[in-house]
Write a protein that binds this ligand. Sequence first.
Ligand SMILES: *Cc1c(COP(=O)(O)O)cnc(C)c1O
Length: 375
Amino acid sequence: MMNIKRNVLLNPGPATTTDSVKLAQVVPDICPREKEFAGMMKSLREDLVKVVHGNPEEYTSVLFTGSGTINIDICLNSLLPEGKKILVVNNGAYSSRAVEICQYYGMPHIDLKSSVFDVPDLKAVEQALADNPDVAVVYTTHHETGTGVLNPIREIGAQAHRHGAIFVCDTTSSLGMIPLDVEKDNVDFCMASAQKGLMAMTGLSFIIGKRAIIEASKDYPKRSYYCNLFLQYDYFEKTGQMHFTPPVQTIYSTIQALKEYWAEGETEKFARHHRVFEAIHKGLAELGFKNVIRRDIQSGLVVSVLYPDDEHWDFDKVHDYCYEHGFTIYPGKISTTNTFRLCSLGAIDVKDIEDFFVVLKDALDKYHIKVIYNE
Ligand SMILES: *Cc1c(COP(=O)(O)O)cnc(C)c1O
């Protein structure tokens, strides 16, 4: 066994991995065009559909080489029919990224923007759909990783379907952690990358969605070659392979990560992330730190913490001290408020959080930082 230093990543992915997942990458060289490799990808694709409780007749998964953003790009550019519009229900940085993608491709879209500190207003979604019968795709983010807000996707999906639109949901930072049932949750397409909820490595992303819709998209406008959903799906169906070179080692580690996912169990894993999240809140409260998001709309995976007002507060110094001691903390992603984030993703448990707060307290003492807020 190799001795690999264990770092506790409290950033919102890539997440802390087990040694067995790290080591799963060290395998004999293989050409990914071999049948053996195609067979591995076939069961990986089937497993991914199971993670979200999709009926395998109706749902499929399509793999891509790239970080999670490739999925957002692919779904949006591939699933919009000619003459139709995308409605982006936007209450955070990740849905704003979807809006930027629409802008880059020049695709007709509505940016239904609302406060990043709250869930979207379902009445506004209803109104936008009523006013725009040409909306063919409703898009939102399940867990807005920038703030930690969890969005009501089941309701938004139902609204999309009532108005004859498909529902695409960015589940990158919830899949494999918060139980998702694509049928009950009214999700036509969801997505993630291997390094977040599944606790594997970077470089593999996947879209899980309805076969019939992918097949119907064959004749939709083609806006990208490398990032076209039908083209990749069709290649998989015909040959069992990715159209272009897959991230071979990441695929091995993802297969190992999925074995560990089934061994831990969906409910138990969700419970573990939740107790880690509770431990983060407890440690923060003991030091006097404030949250920026209401507790009842938090995902249970990301805590956004308000910077203290003490003049000695210096995020970079605190970060560097924690980093030297094996803990990674992460800046916030809210443009109007200074925050940092502590996340409960990855192969970590309550003990890691307790150890982290000892280190954080040392950092505060070392730099004479008081956790105080003016007002
Ligand atoms: C991490 C993440 C992504 C993908 O980000 P990449 O940097 O491209 O991996 C997309 N959406 C959400 C909600 C995320 O948390």
